[in-house]
Design a protein around this ligand. Structure first.
Ligand SMILES: NC(=O)c1ccc[n+]([C@@H]2O[C@H](COP(=O)([O-])OP(=O)(O)OC[C@H]3O[C@@H](n4cnc5c(N)ncnc54)[C@H](OP(=O)(O)O)[C@@H]3O)[C@@H](O)[C@H]2O)c1
Length: 167
């Protein structure tokens, strides 16, 4: 089973501000959908609330310490290992070998040491923010692909989509 982190990161490592994304990047939302569709997606409770609903055609696994938390179309887990356990079972049932970790910062930090691949959108912006992605150590991660994208009509910035594998 592969653990894949999916994140959009500013040049200053910022990924969020005030519970929302710090940019508008419509093109990247389509890319995110393509990467995650028909797979289990694991996220922290705040990321789920920033999205505001369960993502369609994906098993949404939300990590929270709040035992009373519930939302339509969502499985909850009380810890990161419990979420991975649920995600592994779901991936097997779906016939996929990938678990997609989609944030936020606590969840990225907990999962980076276990990750097999990083799917990173490098946003050409340095917005103010209150949450960041952990540094991608080049002695551990090797970039295996990169595609540059000009900003589309509904994008705040240009960006590059890169994939990293463990060395
Ligand atoms: N740019 C990107 O790629 C990207 C991706 C995702 C999110 N974001 C942004 O990041 C921000 C949200 O991220 P965040 O870091 O603030 O929050 P988060 O990681 O999404 O959620 C944090 C919450 O998850 C639960 N949690 C975290 N670790 C846990 C653990 N080990 N055991 C049990 N529960 C745990 C807790 O929920 P309870 O408080 O309910 O117990 C905690 O308050 C937003 O601004 C969002 O837009 C950006």
């Amino acid at each position: 089973m592969k653990i894949v982190l999916v994140a959009a990161i500013g040049e200053n490592n910022v990924i969020g501000r005030d519970g929302q994304l710090p940019w508008r990047l419509k093109s990247d939302l389509a890319h995110f959908r393509k990467l995650t569709i028909d797979k289990p997606v694991v996220m922290g409770r705040k990321t789920f609330q920033s999205i505001g609903r369960a993502l369609d055609r994906r098993t949404n696994i939300v990590i929270t310490r709040d035992a009373t938390f519930a939302a339509p179309g969502v499985l909850t887990a009380a810890s990161f290992p419990a979420a991975l356990d649920l995600a592994r079972k779901d991936a097997v049932a779906r016939g996929t070998d990938e678990i997609m970790i989609v944030g936020g910062s606590d969840i990225f930090a907990a999962s980076l040491p276990l990750a097999d691949r990083l799917e990173i959108t490098h946003v050409r912006a340095s917005p103010e923010g209150d949450v960041t992605f952990p540094p991608i150590d080049p002695t551990i991660w090797r970039e295996v692909s990169r595609t540059e994208h000009a900003a589309g009509p509904q994008d705040d910035a240009s960006f590059a989509v890169a994939a990293y594998l463990r060395r």
